[in-house]
Design a protein. Structure first.
Length: 107
């Protein structure tokens, strides 16, 4: 009987601590929900332009048979890779060789 009373008293003493913990968690949750809302609205968008004022674009294409695959990027190597991958998805790799890819540079 004494153990039951002691257990009940201990549980009652711990109740305010749980209530404080719950209110702290609710406050943190509200703060995080506000941050998510700001991020979703685009309010804190950071855009980094690694290329500066360089507006050069490379457009690469390859035409195995009757279909033309085309890709563009600011980097010629990346544009070549993109067009090769697009070609490989639909045709055999032997028709998508790097020598057959033609790139044009636009300033």
């Amino acid at each position: 009987m004494k153990k039951c009373i002691l257990g009940i008293l201990t549980a009652c003493a711990a109740m305010p601590a749980f209530a404080d913990r719950i209110s702290d968690l609710e406050a943190r949750l509200a703060q995080l929900e506000h941050r998510v809302a700001v991020l979703e609205s685009g309010g804190n968008t950071v855009e980094i332009d690694l290329f500066g004022s360089n507006s050069t674009m490379y457009v690469c294409s390859i035409t195995p048979f009757q279909k033309t695959f085309e890709a563009s990027d600011r980097n010629e190597g990346v544009a070549r890779q993109k067009v090769r991958q697009a070609c490989n998805r639909e045709t055999s790799a032997m028709f998508c060789e790097d020598e057959a890819i033609r790139c044009r540079k636009f300033d």
